[in-house]
Design a binder for this molecule. Structure first.
Ligand code: FMN
Length: 215
């Protein structure tokens, strides 16, 4: 019921603000924090980057749902300017990790180290269309949809940039890069590790002062 009242209020306020009425600041009622038990907000606020996973890859039906949420993200002109590749083949993940370990022996000394994708059994690689200036934004939104939908179903994730740097610059892993079959005109941008969490990390602090209303 509360929700209905809020949406009615919201519609009225939208009209007031767009019809040249008083400013939203004067009109909008503050959200009652006790009613903020909203599943989307809950998912956003409880999500953490996970770097320890159970060994089994994410069930493919579940992964399909996560990917579907990804491609339903807002994107510039509905160009869907991304290319997405899912790898849950241990031979791929372990093979590339072996090269990484040879070149970065210190990293592999950590007793918890399983692979270079923060130990995840499933990795989604995302490439952007280099001919479209908004493509990286599309790819970021796609990823966040996947990360949040995954978390809402108990699947952990970690957005990763450094394995991509390695893959793009290390000639010894060129074959793995080739296997991703990234289309002409697209470039690997980042990847997201997914898996069933085997840790519950604490929240990292955020700096709220970076955000301001401009009057
Ligand atoms: C563009 C980007 C690149 C990232 N690259 C890495 C990475 O290479 N390795 C890693 O462990 N985490 C990486 N992260 C995860 C961040 O470290 C993490 O999101 C941040 O510390 C905040 O923690 P939280 O996600 O638990 O809130 C990356 C995140 C983003 C958005």
């Amino acid at each position: 019921m509360k929700k209905v009242i809020y949406s009615m209020l919201g519609a009225g306020l939208l009209c007031l603000s767009s019809c040249g009425g008083q400013t939203q600041t004067e009109q909008t009622p503050a959200v009652d924090k006790s009613s903020a038990k909203n599943q989307v907000i809950e998912t956003i606020m409880t999500r953490r980057s996970v770097r320890k996973y159970l060994p089994q890859p994410v069930n493919r039906d579940t992964m399909q749902m996560i990917l579907d949420c990804g491609i339903h993200a807002p994107n510039g002109q509905n160009k869907q300017s991304w290319a997405v590749r899912v790898v849950d083949n241990p031979e791929f993940i372990n093979g590339i990790t072996e090269v990484y370990k040879k070149l970065n022996p210190k990293m592999a000394e950590d007793p918890g180290f399983k692979n270079m994708f923060r130990n995840a059994p499933t990795v989604v690689f995302i490439a952007n269309d280099t001919s479209y200036d908004m493509s990286q934004i599309d790819c970021g939104l796609l990823g966040e949809n996947m990360i949040l939908s995954a978390w809402s179903m108990g699947i952990g994730s970690c957005c990763l940039g450094s394995p991509i740097r390695f893959m793009k610059t290390e000639p010894q892993v060129a074959d793995y890069l080739k296997r991703l079959n990234i289309p002409e005109g697209y470039e690997l941008l980042y990847c997201i590790a997914f898996g069933y969490p085997d840790e519950s990390p604490a929240a990292k602090p955020r700096d709220a002062s970076k955000v301001m209303f401009v009057e």
